[in-house]
Design a protein. Structure first.
Length: 661
């Protein structure tokens, strides 16, 4: 059996894969279900050693909703996830999805393993998040040296340009509109046949699922007038199977509206049956506001890349299932020459193979049609501003990093073709290729002792740090806007420690640093109202710029938490990193910390608008607490705190601690 390659695009809603065909040797989309090339990314966790994936997981969800995780990709940033009373590393459900794909792919090649596995990830992911993906791949039984990663826009760029070599400096844009997220990137071609990302933005809360929700709201409005009893049934007592059937009918109608002027939606259950017809015009009215947001985000990304005219782009490539919507094309047309494919859902998986294997770039791809341009691309002039070198480039405008929780995923830095991405090096995981280092980190898994009736399943060597993540119940990828509030940096790309500190908004001393690397420096920078009631402080990790991340316990009986928490264990995590905090504030304002798994997401700011906090909760009935993520773009202070009983008590805590005064 000849060697073969496998690429996996692990998505928020669906997962796609591609391989080099056993007969043709060409890059082909890999069928993952009997119905097509996509497989739901959902998992059902019976136990850590028994996890169902895809449609099987969805079918099992009604039996035990607490064991169902519809989008494992959304928990990667958390490091840990609680599902079916198990505390699991985020890599565990991800590994289940990857293993399912690997099994299907191997069966198409006589049971042999691939000679190379390529995994894709969002351009915005930090080294920690990429490491979670690699940890998941470590369970597949492959030699670590054959596992590589590539960012999604780079993969898409390689796919679209596989038969069209671009001149060095030529710029393209990738608009990746999937089921759960939107990512936009501008890339410049290099003389080596690769691409440098020169600008990127995204919205982790905007995708096809939003459009489904708008249609569902439209259905509810129709039912309110025609069959209110059915509406009450759906809202109060309908089983998961009935709601799933409605969701499926809505999704199919949405997809049909890209090709037809109208579509039918069926609502049935509880002895009721209704059919509604929705027109494309009605659908476009429903989604006009979020689409306008997507267009504005695209326009801002182009501005970040200093693209002021459509003629400066070779092409604006659209990928992801939601990019098929005709109104998306219409809205984006003024921004650049639109190019699409007949099957945009598998573009990233196929492009991943071309990105890491240059010999494949000229091979045919088994798809109905190649990319076609709706308008002729315009050729740009010479590239004026060379892309920064990988490993020392500033963060692309629009993206930041998640808080770095100590220990988790730090077993080994990821080696790249151009350097090393350390877990806290400050570099961005957007280089050409990330290769898993040799030898592979060795992880042993064993159940930890039960605590408070909960089952623990922690990675050895990472348990303490992972537990911190669970306690804090904080998760965020900081996606920033551009403009005047971008991170302050020196000419070499390093944080500028000479920035002034606004002591009224978070710093408690005139000499408080903007990048704190010692415990004393961190404590000196936070408000005295907070620091005076802290005890048992310890280092737990580093910020993206090597600042110290500190965890402390709030003293029992402190007025800070009176009426705010139950007082059983009040832990708080904070750091001082001005560059990261500036991006964090912008990310909070853009709503990129929103957690779709919770009931409430609230953003609060101080009067001077130098500080912002995101409050969300409750995570579940088992975890009724509200968590706080706070950042100050003047002092550099960032705070993670969990345990508030409501949004109002969270605001009370922020006020008492002097964080939003």
């Amino acid at each position: 059996m000849s060697e073969w390659l496998l690429g996996i695009d692990f998505g928020t809603s669906n997962t796609a894969a591609a391989h080099t065909g056993a007969v043709s040797g060409a890059v082909e989309a890999l069928p993952l279900t009997h119905q097509g090339n996509l497989m739901p990314s959902a998992v059902f966790v019976e136990s850590p050693n028994s996890i169902a994936v895809g449609d099987v997981a969805i079918n099992q969800a009604e039996r035990n909703p607490a064991a169902f995780l519809p989008s494992p990709k959304r928990v990667v940033r958390q490091g840990m996830v609680t599902v079916n009373s198990y505390d699991l590393p985020a890599s565990v459900p991800v590994a289940a999805v990857l293993q399912n794909v690997m099994t299907r792919a191997s069966s198409a090649h006589g049971g042999t393993a691939p000679s190379q596995l390529v995994l894709t990830h969002p351009e915005a992911w930090s080294p920690r998040e990429v490491q979670v993906l690699l940890d998941a791949a470590g369970t597949l039984g492959l030699s670590p040296g054959i596992v590589q990663t590539v960012s999604e826009p780079r993969a898409a760029a390689h796919y679209y340009t596989r038969t069209n070599t671009l001149a060095p400096g030529a710029k393209i844009a990738v608009f990746d509109f999937g089921g759960g997220t939107l990512d936009i990137a501008v890339l410049a071609a290099t003389s080596e046949g690769t691409f440098d990302v020169i600008a990127a933005r995204g919205d982790n809360g905007l995708g096809g699922k939003n459009f489904d929700a708008f249609i569902r709201r439209w259905v509810d409005d129709q039912l309110e007038g025609r069959n209110p009893e059915l509406l009450t049934y759906l809202r109060q007592s309908a089983p998961i199977s009935v709601r799933h059937n409605l969701d499926d009918s809505i999704r199919r109608a949405k997809e049909l509206l890209s090709e037809s002027p109208s579509a039918t939606i069926t609502v049935a259950g509880g002895g009721f049956h209704e059919t509604f017809q929705i027109t494309r015009d009605e659908f476009e009215d429903l989604i006009s506001a979020p689409l306008e947001k997507a267009v504005n985000l695209t326009r801002a990304t182009l501005a970040d890349a200093q693209i002021t005219d459509p003629s400066q782009l070779e092409a604006l490539y659209l990928t992801g299932g939601s990019s098929r919507i005709p109104l998306v094309h219409e809205k984006l047309k003024p921004l650049g020459p639109i190019a699409t494919l007949d099957d945009p859902k598998t573009v990233v998986a196929q492009g991943a193979l071309a990105a890491v294997a240059p010999v494949l770039r000229g091979l045919s791809v088994q798809q109905p049609a190649a990319a076609h341009h709706q308008t002729q691309p315009n050729h740009s002039g010479a590239y004026q501003q060379g892309p920064p070198q990988y490993g020392q480039q500033p963060q692309p405008a629009g993206y930041g990093q998640q808080p770095q929780f100590g220990g988790y995923g730090q077993s080994a830095p990821a080696q790249t073709q151009s350097g090393t991405v350390g877990a806290a090096s400050g570099s961005h995981p957007s280089g050409p290729i990330t290769r898993w280092p040799e030898p592979a980190p060795t992880h042993s898994t064993s159940p930890a002792p039960a605590s408070s009736g909960k089952k623990k399943w922690l990675i050895a060597g990472s348990a303490a740090a992972a537990l911190v993540v669970v306690i804090a119940i904080v998760s965020t990828v900081l996606l920033t806007g551009g403009g005047d509030n971008t991170a302050a940096a020196g000419t070499d790309g390093s944080p500028n420690s000479a920035q002034p500190v606004d002591n009224d908004q978070g710093a408690s001393g005139d000499n408080a640093p903007t990048l704190a690397k010692t415990q004393d420096q961190v404590l000196a920078a936070i408000p005295a109202a907070l620091s005076k009631d802290l005890t048992d402080c310890k280092k737990i990790g580093f910020t993206e710029n090597d600042g110290l991340q500190l965890q402390c316990t709030i003293k029992k009986g402190s007025t800070l938490t009176k009426g705010v928490t139950d007082g059983t264990f009040d832990s708080i995590i904070f750091s001082v990193d001005l560059a990261a905090a500036k991006k964090a504030v912008l990310g909070i304002r853009e709503g990129y910390h929103d957690n779709t798994a919770v009931a409430e997401n609230v953003i609060v700011e101080n009067t001077a608008r130098t500080a912002a906090a995101h409050v969300n909760g409750p995570l579940s009935q088992e975890f009724p607490d509200y968590s706080i993520y706070y950042a100050n773009n003047s002092s550099g202070v960032q705070v993670n705190f969990s345990g508030a009983s409501s949004v109002d008590t969270a605001k009370t805590f922020l006020s008492r601690a002097g964080l939003l005064n």
